[in-house]
Structures are given as structure tokens and as C-alpha cells.
Design a protein around this ligand. Structure first.
Ligand code: CLF
Ligand code: SF4
Length: 293
């Protein structure tokens, strides 16, 4: 890391199991599924389940109101003393549900000022909400950037809903990519540590990933996380093959020369709870939800 990161932020990162490899077997995170809507449509997503940005596909999760999320946080904190991070990672997009996301964060901040917050987003609404994210004191934001070329983007994104209009094809991808890159720039300039998730899709963006890493590094990203495509049933890419681990690791090795790489991602559910390798979410589901599964 060449940039100077304030001590207070570094101290938070040391307790962040995704941003810090050393933290992942010491600290737990919980996701609060308060964000069901999404404003774009990725070809690898089947939103009947979870956001593959941050979620294992094929597993449904409950959706909580901000107030219910606040009380769930208190229940979980009592049982998991090493809980350090509260993340909002769907099941849709954290910023497409900004009022709920924001309210949840404010409620938890009021009950525990020590919590490290984390957001995961497709980045479409970052130009609109990045200033509020900074104001809330959030230091960790993940943006999924699968390409920096709208032509490639048109093969990944079916449509984008933006400012009351639906866009398709290259136009849709261009709006999304511009907003992602502008958002990353703003966040990085304001001291937020940006993690960029990249879904590696063989035959779609695998030849372009180094270009993505290079670009987001220039804009100030802190780390990238190259993830495998896990074809979700019912998604446009359902018949694609899963990205082989070998290809994934080779790409991470190549990109490591440019920017630090996360290699311990678990592609968590939108309601994951606990250590990255030990999901305890079933223990904490509401009785109604338990009855359904
Ligand atoms: Fe959650 Fe994501 Fe924050 Fe971590 S998960 S919002 S940065 S607290 Fe972590 Fe899970 Fe991988 Fe995400 S292992 S899917 S990278
Ligand atoms: Fe699905 Fe996430 Fe893409 Fe939205 S951003 S379409 S929830 S994968």
C-alpha cells in the first residue's frame, strides 16, 4: 500500500475478515439482508436467490426491515463476541435500497459505535450516495466491476435502470461503468478503502481482467477480489461452466503484480453470519423463516 491510510481506518481494517487475511480467522462478520431490490440485471444473477456479488447462488435468504435488522444485530452480538463487521450485501444492491441501508447503519451505530461497516454494491448509484457513505464514516465499500469496456459490459449486463429509465446494451453498460469508476474515485479520495470484486467469466471477460485491475488501481482501489463464475440456475449464464480454480489462481497471480489480491473469499450469502469459513446464519434466522426451510 503506497497511500497513507489513517491509523483509525487501518485499525478497522485489521478487524475486517475480508480486507485483512490475518483477520479472517479471528473476527466474524454478519450480513444484514435489508436490500432486496436491484437496479441492474447481471447475466449471471438469478435474483430469486441471492446476489452473486457477495452470495452463493441457489440459497434464499430472509429480507429484514431496518428495525428488525437492528434487533438481529443485538442478538448476534451477544452470541458472537468476536463480531467486528456488519455488512450490507443484498440480496439485491445495497444502494438500490439506500433509505433502508442507511437507516440500518444509523440504528446500529447508535447502539454500538465500535462496529465496522461494510457495503457491497454494483456501483450504479455511487455518484449519488458516495458523499453520504463518507459522511456516515463507512471505510469499507466493495464495488463489483467486471469490465471497463462497455462492449464487454453489454455481454454481461442485460439492462440498467437509471433515473427512471431502462437502458440496454452498450448504453446501459456505459452508464454503469462510468458511475462505478466515478464512485470508486470519489470514495478512494475520501479515505474509503475500496475493494473491487471481479467475476471471472471464461470467454466473456477473462482476457480483460488485468485491464480492470490496472484501471481500478489507478483510481485508488485498495484490493481486488477475482471470483469464479458460479452459474446460477435460471440466469442467462446458467449453462456456462464454473471458472476453474486453476485459471482463477493464475489470474490472481498475474494481477498480484499490479495490486494486492484477496484469495480467501467465500462468496457469502446475503445473510451470512460468523467466521468466513463457518456460516452460522441458520442459528439466527427468524422462526418464520426457519419454518419455511
Ligand atoms: Fe460482507 Fe463483502 Fe463486506 Fe466481507 S463478504 S460485504 S467485504 S463483510 Fe468477504 Fe464474503 Fe467474499 Fe464478500 S468473503 S463474499 S468478500
Ligand atoms: Fe444480481 Fe447483484 Fe447483479 Fe443485482 S448487482 S443483478 S443482485 S448480481
Amino acid at each position: 500500500v503506497t497511500k497513507k491510510i489513517p491509523r483509525e481506518t487501518l485499525e478497522k481494517t485489521e478487524r475486517h475478515p475480508c480486507y485483512s487475511f490475518g483477520a479472517h480467522h479471528k473476527f466474524a462478520r454478519m450480513h444484514l439482508p435489508v436490500a432486496p431490490q436491484c437496479n441492474i440485471s447481471c447475466n449471471y444473477c438469478n435474483r430469486k436467490y441471492d446476489c452473486t456479488n457477495e452470495s452463493r447462488p441457489g440459497v434464499t435468504s430472509e429480507v429484514l426491515s431496518p428495525v428488525a435488522a437492528g434487533s438481529k444485530f443485538i442478538r448476534v452480538r451477544e452470541k458472537i463476541p468476536n463480531l467486528s463487521v456488519v455488512g450490507i450485501a443484498g440480496p439485491g444492491d445495497a444502494l438500490a435500497n439506500w433509505p433502508e441501508t442507511r437507516k440500518t447503519i444509523e440504528l446500529i451505530q447508535a447502539s454500538d459505535p465500535e462496529v465496522v461497516f461494510c457495503l457491497s454494491t454494483n456501483g450504479l448509484m455511487l455518484p449519488a450516495y458516495a458523499p453520504e457513505i463518507v459522511e456516515l464514516g463507512i471505510k469499507h465499500v466493495t464495488v463489483t466491476v467486471n469490465c471497463v469496456d462497455p462492449e464487454i459490459g453489454s455481454k454481461i449486463y442485460r439492462h440498467v435502470f437509471y433515473q427512471g429509465r431502462k437502458y440496454k446494451g452498450i448504453e446501459a453498460a456505459r452508464i454503469l461503468l462510468e458511475n462505478q469508476l466515478a464512485g470508486i474515485t470519489y470514495l478512494a479520495r475520501h479515505g474509503v478503502l475500496v475493494k473491487v470484486n471481479i467475476v471471472m467469466m471464461i470467454g466473456v471477460n477473462d482476457g480483460h481482467i488485468q485491464a480492470v485491475v490496472k484501471r481500478v488501481k489507478e483510481l485508488g482501489a485498495f484490493i481486488t477480489n477475482i471470483m469464479p463464475l458460479i452459474p446460477a440456475q435460471g440466469s442467462v449464464f446458467e449453462n456456462f461452466s464454473q471458472t476453474p480454480v486453476k485459471a482463477l489462481n493464475e489470474m490472481r497471480d498475474l494481477c498480484q503484480e499490479e495490486l494486492q489480491q484477496m484469495r480467501h473469499c467465500q462468496q457469502c450469502r446475503a445473510d451470512a453470519i460468523g467466521m468466513l469459513y463457518d456460516d452460522r446464519s441458520p442459528e439466527f434466522r427468524s422462526p418464520v423463516e426457519k419454518g419455511r426451510t
